[in-house]
Design a protein around this ligand. Sequence first.
Ligand code: EPU
Length: 420
Amino acid sequence: MDKFIIEGGNKLEGEVEVKGAKNSTLPILAATLLTEDKFIIENIPRVRDIFTMKRVLETLGASISIKKDTAYIDTRGAIGYEAPYELVKQMRASYYVLGPLISRLGRARVSLPGGCAIGSRPIDLHIKGIKALGADISVVHGYIEAYAENLEGSNIQLKGASGPSVGATINTMMASVKANGVTIIESAAKEPEVVDVADFLIKCGAEIKGAGSNRIEIKGVDNLSGCEYRIIPDRIEAGTLTVAAAITKGDVVIKNVEPIHIEAIVDKTKEIGADISSGEDWIAVKMTSEIKPTNIETSPYPGFPTDMQAQFTSLLTLADGISIVKDKIFEERFMHVPELVRMGANLKRESDYVIIKGVPYLSGAQVMASDLRASAALLIAGLAAQGTTEISRIYHIDRGYENIEERLSKLGASIWRLRE
Ligand code: EPU
């Protein structure tokens, strides 16, 4: 298993470009299964999860090649209906084939994803949405089995105990684009990735209104066609680079961003003392002051994203005072806390929040990555720490950040990959 070695203390300076959004690329690749045609999808991040989704599509019989940041997909011809455990256990988002398969074939068999490092992550709302369209769904031998002769438009309330669900909104939207009549999704997730998937489907001929609000209206169409589409920039990668610039007292221009998508992150980074300016598709982050403490509570878009909680926790370990970071979206998303403590941070976890007492410095240590964003948090801490940090299990980072060590090195970081 590869490791990252980081010699901390270098300021990040220069320009860096953000890649395409992993979390909309995954469902958009799955959505190509909705119809028999050819697609060209640009601005694909070359990260592990995307290559897992490529394998899912290939297993189902589609042909897909990824050259640089463009995917060429052909979904003509027969496709299968089963997403096996071997793939779904590697990446939960493989469940995004459920909606497209039930729509195209009237049948789908998709492994239940099982546990996850950041919490229990049920998928009851995905099932609720697709059932509401008239599918018959049961869970047998660890698989979701869905059948439907016809899908019928329906009025679906998708609010769960923890608020709206990005995945359930997208899966239900994909399942409903060719259903008879009109589907209304109430309490829909408003994340930019939901809008990206809706825009892709619209380009293929779907009739969707209201994506980005909490009520999405989908008028079923008879068929969809292939298209060329460009994925939006990854807002979490942009946020992660913003925090990396701030913690190293750096001066970085981050390009290929959608400033409106990262407003909550930028506002918090300004609050802790950074100077941030922005243009149409870039932001510039400059940090000259001490890090000020702040409080954060994650919430669905446009609130502060749970996917940035861990990275901000790293930043606040060096603040001049006490901060509280609360995350109620995923109950176990604090795996970075004990690792940061090993680097000298003063953190105390209480149920769904962490109390952070800023310390003057972090010291490099051997730490272990546990999930994608927790790993990013350790990377950020390592960039600022005194001495050497060694991060093991970095396949978690490779799931969502393309070639991150090379891009950080270009900004002046001292980081390299130890292949094992
Ligand atoms: N939930 C349910 N039932 C469901 C689905 C979700 O109760 O059927 C709950 C979840 O347990 C959670 C809340 O609803 O408490 C929100 O979860 P959501 O469904 O919105 O999350 P997701 O679709 O599983 C996506 C991203 C996550 C990101 C969340 C929240 C992908 C592939 N994943 O997950 O990204 O944290 O939305 O924004 O899009 C990451 O990239 O590191 C990552 C974990």
